[in-house]
Design a protein around this ligand. Structure first.
Ligand code: C2O
Ligand code: CU
Length: 462
């Protein structure tokens, strides 16, 4: 197995370095030389989260603050050049996108990591519209906790007709009272539900206020990019419908009451704003013992007099339907483990193993990692059972593919299509998909401390 693995890697590294670098002319030739649609240059930055205090040593894809909201179009090629200006290596993973494996941004598995002052061209055509996001997949706990991530909107081919479209990127920061970073995790918490931040923000601000048109119908795109917190979100002061979860249109567009959104997950809301001016609509998190306001919308101007009846369902994304009758069934058990620390320090290791998938704790990023946890045949249908044998919740994310939720042993589940399933304590969720995207795809918990202390693996589709 190790030998095959090495050969495979040699090939994939060759492929990847031919694509890497704006000036490198590889076999991609004209495409690699083409001007990118945009340049992302992650670098160190400073920012004021707390009044009058500058937080230093942040990482961002933007030198002056939070990363830009990227906009791609469904079915249109998208070309981003990563130019690494960080003091360490990095990559970009496009969370939730069904893209070619070489563009998936996982060091060693799909590409070499991008060193300081090097660049890498990500070129892909998003097949699905919706709300996605991007983040590094290298030294992930530090790089994400220091600020690296951004929202990626893939626009529908036809305009869905909202008066405004607002993206909210939710994340916490572990800052001391001096505004500087404190230790990013506490091991005893990593072995439970994770270590929470101390400053809670949306778009890097505490309870940011946005002006919206009175009587307007708006789309609010919420991305949970936090490394730990599972939100439970509700709206006060307006009517809201959930129009998409994790990028995929919801059947029946249910009214929002309180919806859980785990790390990595997204929720798109359609909100009908009050017709009067100066009214406040608040997004509230109910998952903490004291609910708190995440963001506030304030109405302005004459009423646009829109109606929830104006709302059309979003077009379905072209995800192939699995054939449940012929599907092969593969269980994945998520457990705690007592095994010792991971061996490798590539791309950041926390030095502990607390978690395992099918009894195997991920040994860390390495040029010769473990074998795939499952080998799948291209084009075949599969049912994965995600079995949580722990008293904690785990948002389980699969790269490169979208799956349909089939059933849970604990609750009724709508047949949502997603890339991240929030597994409740002791829950089993069955999901199904067609293995239509060849390559090595990570499967991991998106509570990053869990991922980095063992709850990660990968599958192979050939
Ligand atoms: Cu957003 Cu491997 O993750
Ligand atoms: Cu987890």
């Amino acid at each position: 197995m190790a030998q095959t693995r090495r050969n495979f890697l040699k090939n994939s590294l060759l492929t990847a370095s031919a694509v890497a670098g704006g000036t490198t002319v590889g076999f991609l030739g004209a495409r690699a030389q083409a001007q990118p649609d945009l340049l992302l240059k992650p670098a160190l930055t400073e920012y004021s989260f707390l009044p009058g205090i500058l937080t230093r040593k942040l990482f961002s894809y933007n030198s002056t603050g939070p990363a830009p909201v990227l906009r791609a179009r469904q079915g249109q090629p998208f070309h981003v050049r990563l130019e690494n200006a960080l003091p360490e290596e990095t990559t970009i993973h496009w969370h939730g996108l069904r893209l070619p494996n070489a563009m998936d941004g996982v060091p060693f598995l799909t590409q070499p990591y991008v060193n300081r002052h090097e660049s890498f061209d990500y070129i892909f055509t998003p097949p699905d519209a919706g709300t996605f996001w991007y983040h590094p997949h290298c030294n992930t706990l530090e790089q994400m906790s220091y600020g690296l991530n951004g929202v990626l909107v893939v626009e529908e081919e036809t305009d869905p007709g909202f008066d405004q479209d607002i993206a909210l990127n939710l994340r916490d920061w572990r800052l001391g009272s001096d505004g500087q970073f404190i230790k990013l995790y506490q091991a005893r918490k990593s072995a439970r539900s994770g270590t929470f931040g101390t400053v809670k923000t949306a778009n890097w601000q505490e309870n940011p206020h946005y002006e919206v048109s009175s009587g307007g119908l708006i789309r609010l795109r919420i991305v949970n990019s936090d490394v730990t917190r599972i939100f439970k979100l509700g709206i006060s002061g307006a009517q809201a419908k959930i129009i998409a979860l994790d990028g995929y249109p919801t059947p029946g567009q249910p009214e929002l009451d309180q919806q859980s959104v785990g790390p990595g997950q997204r929720m798109d809301l359609a909100i009908l704003l009050p017709g009067e001016e100066d009214r406040e609509v608040t997004l509230i998190n109910y998952s903490s013992s004291t609910p708190w306001t995440v963001s506030t919308l304030k109405t302005r101007g004459q009423s646009l007099k829109r109606d929830l009846g104006d709302l059309r369902p979003l077009p379905a994304n072209p995800v192939p339907l699995p054939d449940l009758a012929s599907a092969e069934h593969i269980p994945f058990e998520f457990t705690a483990t007592a095994e010792s620390a991971p061996k490798s320090g590539f791309c950041g290791s926390l030095g502990f193993s607390f978690w395992a998938i099918n009894r195997q704790p991920w040994p860390g990023v390495s040029p010769d990692p473990m074998a795939p946890m499952a080998e799948l045949k291209l084009g075949k249908s599969y049912i994965f059972s995600f079995i949580n044998r722990t008293p904690h919740s785990h948002p389980i994310h699969l790269h490169g593919l979208s799956f349909t939720l089939l059933k849970s042993n604990k609750r009724p589940l709508a047949p949502l299509i997603t890339d991240t399933a929030l597994l409740l304590p002791d829950e089993q969720i069955d999901v199904a998909f067609v293995a239509d995207n060849p390559g090595d795809w990570l499967l991991h918990c998106h509570i990053i401390e869990h991922q980095k202390t063992g709850m990660s693996s990968f599958i192979r589709i050939t």
